[in-house]
Design a protein. Sequence first.
Length: 438
Amino acid sequence: MEVDGAGNLYVSTFNGGGNPGRIIKYNASSNYTTSTTMPLYDNDWWINYYAGVTVDGAGNVWALNLDEHELVCFTAASSYNSYYVVTNNGDIYQSTSRTGGANPTVYLFSGPEGIQFDASGNLWIANNNDWTKTNGTGEGTLVKIDASYITSLLGSPVSGSGAGGQTSSYTVPTTDATVYHIPGSKPGGIRFDGNTLFINDQGTNQGNTWNVNGEVWKWDITTTFDAANAVSSAIHTTYPGYGGMDFNNFALFPLPIEMTSFSVKKVGNTANIQWVTASETNCSHFEIQRSVDATNFETIFRINGTNKQTKNYYQYNDNNLPKQANVAYYRIKQVDNDGTETISSVRTIGIDRKNLVSISPNPTQSDATSLTIDNDTNEEFTMIRIYSAQGHLEKTLKYPLHLGVNKLKVSTFDLVKNMHIINIIIGNVAINTKLLVN
């Protein structure tokens, strides 16, 4: 289960009672009374057994098929009708052991359950390893798929659409993935708090006894993966997490001022930022910091602390969302009177860039249409891909850009009379819009 920045709820289901597993989006705007069910990419109901699900900054939904050991992405640009399928590429991925022992080659997906993006756009997956067990009985793995591969995949033809079913699939090159394993572990749900990855370990398999020694591990992914840095969080339980995990990170691992919540939600063209402290002592001020690349942050707002020993509620609206990115990253810096600083975990929202692009005429009956791009970046070129309504790539175009308003002529004489998806790439920004050819 996952919640996006707008409050929409994404639920994964498994096969049961003759019904296939599905991914369902429940819409916050209707108080969750309406929903979108994403298509089956395989007509065999048994294999559609979903575990973890997450959402990227552009609204694409990423899910794990536990039974078939596959990664599936339902694209926001197609209203989740089109999808990518990423499968195993054999037992060829070299793993790194936490304890420095043997580093066997393993499958990339092996009973995959937990899934999360880090702040840099890399996709992390926790493999429970129940079935293939290439790394020894009961030993699971952690996988990092590089952000560069995710970008490349989303620029490729889709694997299928709607009821048409899957027609192709992709594999991840060994150069684009890193695999780690904790000997004896069975990773389930995972969750990031800043750069710290928390991992539900469901416990080892010992003979016919499952789920013993369950615990939660934590690892700062900017450090070396070894016994000194990937450590137990001292949380022990019988069978923690099955594809999902969440926590109030400030309550479990409190900041000095006892911050109990921090949220960022997109409301129209504004980011609504709220946080709550249970009590404050020796607090000078808070700073809201924003980034477009999850690395370089700037302070956009400052407010003094109350230093009250009661609940304190803070709120700020960011009305100037950055134009040069699809995602905005937010964090809070708390500064004590002695200058000591504490940085919160990062929250993200997706940014709709459609207002920077217009097409006229649209619908069009002529052999060409005009695409206007209001470029406020330093990029000198744009890549434009045109897809059919079913998600098939029809043509790729490249145009030079200058700062300000650019009017580009796009030929449409070779497009069928139907709806088309226009995907516009400007640096790190991806903008999707629609064009109707009559």
